[in-house]
Design a protein around this ligand. Structure first.
Ligand SMILES: Nc1ncnc2c1ncn2[C@@H]1O[C@H](COP(=O)(O)OP(=O)(O)O)[C@@H](O)[C@H]1O
Ligand SMILES: [Mg+2]
Length: 258
């Protein structure tokens, strides 16, 4: 059982797209998966076909009202994949957590009770390094950092790694980087190649082989409430996320058997 936070404080780098599609392909490989939507925007929630306006309770109730995960989690439209949904009320948790006792470990303690029911728990973090993301990092064993293939790709990564280091020191000593995944890659541009080389230098041995191409199909799928394997399983983006899922499963298997 591995808990993985998908994290990068920059918005629009492909965290949610990675969370949804990685979760769905891991589930398709026969694993039991829980996706935790830690972003008040709820894009993972709607991306998996859950109508945000119809949900009565969400992750907020787990973090602030001490509701049990069992009472909040719902089935996605993919077999083996459940989700703890998010809605806008979760934005309030960022503020309300400040005055709570053990505010950084709320998610960790909630997930501890149900961990045994899953092979993988994936956490889709919001685009900030605030208390919600801290809860994600404290609850996780591993992190995956999606990096968008663009000019400022590496900007902000040192701040992110600094935060991860602080979490390790004070709150979660066994947290570690599972890998960095390049998203929105355009193989026709020199820039994409340069970003790839830079990342190889900065994260030796930690760059996933799977590289996610820029693909209109990946961008369209969420508006239909579908993962790419449901929307267009023959697309390049689908193949890339399927490959990423295999790498993640294999890496985690190696680590647990080591
Ligand atoms: N590989 C990709 N190719 C094309 N568009 C993408 C790709 N990955 C994500 N997108 C689009 O880019 C936007 C930001 O992606 P998203 O996953 O929501 O990022 P984040 O969660 O980091 O904010 C969304 O509109 C999404 O559909
Ligand atoms: Mg997102």
């Amino acid at each position: 059982m591995t808990t993985i936070a998908i994290v990068n404080q920059k918005g629009g780098v492909g965290k949610t797209t990675t969370a949804v599609n990685l979760a769905s392909y891991i589930a398709k490989a026969g694993k039991k998966v829980l996706l935790v939507d830690l972003d008040p925007q709820g894009n993972s929630t709607s991306g998996l076909g859950v109508d945000k306006s119809s949900i009565e309770s969400c992750l907020y109730d787990i973090l602030i009202n001490e509701k049990a995960v069992e009472d909040i989690k719902i089935n996605s439209n993919i077999s083996g994949l459940e989700i703890i949904p998010a809605s806008v009320v979760l934005a309030g948790a960022e503020v309300e957590l400040v005055k709570e006792f053990s505010r950084e470990t709320k998610l960790k303690r909630a997930l501890e009770k149900i961990k045994g029911d899953y092979d993988f728990i994936l956490i889709d973090c919001p685009p900030s390094l605030g208390l919600l993301t801290v809860n994600g990092l404290v609850a996780a064993d591993k992190i995956i950092i999606p990096v968008q293939s663009e000019y400022y790709a590496l900007e902000g990564l040192s701040q992110l790694l600094h935060t991860v280091q602080r979490i390790k020191t004070y709150l979660n000593p066994h947290l570690s980087l599972l890998g960095v995944v390049i998203t929105m890659y355009d193989k026709r541009t020199i820039l994409s190649k340069q970003v790839e080389e830079e990342l190889k230098k900065h994260f030796p041995g930690k760059l996933f082989e799977a590289i996610i191409p820029r693909s209109i199909r990946l961008a369209e799928a969420p508006s239909h409430g579908k993962a790419i394997m449901q929307y267009d399983w023959l697309s390049k983006g689908a193949a890339a996320y399927k490959k990423l899922a295999k790498e993640v499963i294999d890496l985690c298997r190696q680590e647990t058997s080591a």
